[in-house]
Design a protein around this ligand. Structure first.
Ligand SMILES: Nc1ncnc2c1ncn2[C@@H]1O[C@H](COP(=O)(O)OP(=O)(O)OP(=O)(O)O)[C@@H](O)[C@H]1O
Ligand SMILES: [Mg+2]
Length: 404
């Protein structure tokens, strides 16, 4: 590093900041206390109490639902931490799986198997062999496992609900109930295709989270800012404004992104205090509709297909793009990135997948158009915002592919 670079780097890291501990605002941080979720934490503990106190307690399965940013993932992860602390001396495993990342039943079962025996290779078994292996390992090690399937509604929409039966059957096939479950979903609709008895057994174990009100969000923001900011570094006005803005959707993730963004703005201005104006600046830059972490879980070609939809919508300024439009736009983008385009059937399956993830909407063309075709749109968000983020993600993936 040249000395001027070094000076710049030094001044950057020594620059005063409003943040005492910025990592407390990261998505992976699990706060030790979750204001306004105390009751739900107690309910979870009540549901699973017998599992840990009685050796032959029956299988327990709980469904947790709630709108986006209502704290489902965080609540369950916090519950897992508490269980791990309490059950430190028992053979207990808390296994958290996000079904958007582990997208198939095979991956889920093999993750469980590898939790029980790290020496087992991740591939090379049929699905049935994996199930038998899992049952064998459960009997052998007799651990108590809490398996959390987050975003399970997404998995079911992809692979159908048979997988839930498979999971429940695994528990029935062991001599004792080693497995208990928490299924997390936005709402309970995904259960409607299950048979009535399974459905009702789920319904009686249902914890539903409401979206946060403005005043509850204010408490949450206060507790998070106390951990993340220096004392006095954020004004009450800024906190109130964040609660007001995020209160409309009740989304705590948006509230936290806003306080993080407002803090960054204050730092950029070298201001030791975060004011409401910093929140306003942050609001213009943060779009809660774009769930960045979902875009990052897409495969490279899914991202290219999404980019081709965005480019087409932008170029034509229409609300919808036809399937044919998207395919031709995709071929151009593949050329731009030096990629061999996938076949039409594959492109179509990517479009369906993006629609299942709610990133795009599809509908059949109606009156006034020749023949029937699928029309594709992007809901509620400026395509520019997604495009910027997506292009960065694609370039990053392309670079990684080149390096490997
Ligand atoms: N009661 C709370 N106290 C402190 N922070 C909270 C609370 N509830 C949610 N959060 C924070 O809000 C953000 C969103 O929460 P979380 O990811 O758990 O929401 P979610 O319901 O799982 O949303 P999604 O449906 O989009 O997955 C996280 O950063 C989390 O730490
Ligand atoms: Mg979640």
């Amino acid at each position: 590093m040249y000395s001027s670079d070094e000076d710049h780097f030094n001044s950057l890291i020594k620059k005063p900041s409003v943040f005492k501990n910025i990592s407390c605002l990261s998505v992976n941080f699990i706060p030790p206390h979750l204001p306004h979720r105390e009751e739900e934490l107690r309910t979870l503990a009540k549901y699973f109490k017998t599992i840990f106190s009685e050796s032959d307690a029956p299988l327990r399965k709980v469904i947790l639902t709630g709108p986006t940013g209502s704290g489902k993932t965080t609540l369950v992860k916090r519950f897992g931490q508490m269980l791990e602390n309490v059950l430190r001396r028992q053979k207990f495993l808390f296994v958290y799986i996000n079904c958007r990342i582990y997208k198939s039943p095979y991956l889920i079962i093999s993750t469980l198997v590898r939790q029980l025996d790290k020496a087992i290779p991740p591939r090379g078994y049929s699905f049935e062999e994996l199930q038998s292996l899992l049952i064998h390992l459960l009997e052998l090690h007799s651990p108590k496992i809490m398996l959390v399937l987050d975003e399970v509604d997404y998995l079911i929409s992809r692979v159908g609900n048979d997988f839930l039966y498979v999971l429940l059957r695994i528990s029935e096939m062991t001599t004792r109930q080693w497995l208990s479950y928490i299924f997390i979903a936005r709402n309970i609709n995904f259960l409607h295709e299950l048979d009535e008895s399974t459905r009702s057994s789920f319904r009686s174990n249902h914890v539903s989270l409401d979206k946060y009100s403005e005043s509850r969000l204010r408490d949450i923001i206060r507790s998070r800012t106390e951990m993340a900011f220096y004392e006095g570094a954020i004004t009450t006005g800024a906190i109130d404004l964040v609660a007001d803005i995020a209160g409309k959707s009740g989304d705590a993730r948006y509230a936290i992104e806003l306080i993080w963004g407002a803090g960054q703005c204050a730092d950029d201005e070298c201001s030791p205090i975060v004011y409401p104006d910093n929140v306003r600046t942050a609001k213009a830059l943060i779009h809660p509709e774009v769930r960045r972490e979902i875009i990052l879980t897409l495969s490279f070609h899914q991202q290219l297909v999404l980019l081709s939809i965005i480019r087409k919508l932008k170029h034509t300024k229409n609300a919808y793009a036809s399937k044919g439009d998207v395919v031709s736009s995709y071929c151009l983008i593949c050329e731009e990135y030096g990629e061999e385009p996938r076949k039409q059937t594959q492109i179509w399956s990517y479009i369906k997948e993006l629609s299942k993830q709610d990133i795009i909407h599809t509908k059949l063309s109606g009156e006034g158009m020749r023949g029937k075709t699928t029309l594709i749109s992007i809901p509620d968000v400026s395509v520019e915002v997604i495009e910027k983020f997506l292009v960065k993600a694609i370039n990053r993936q392309k670079k990684m592919m080149k390096e490997n």
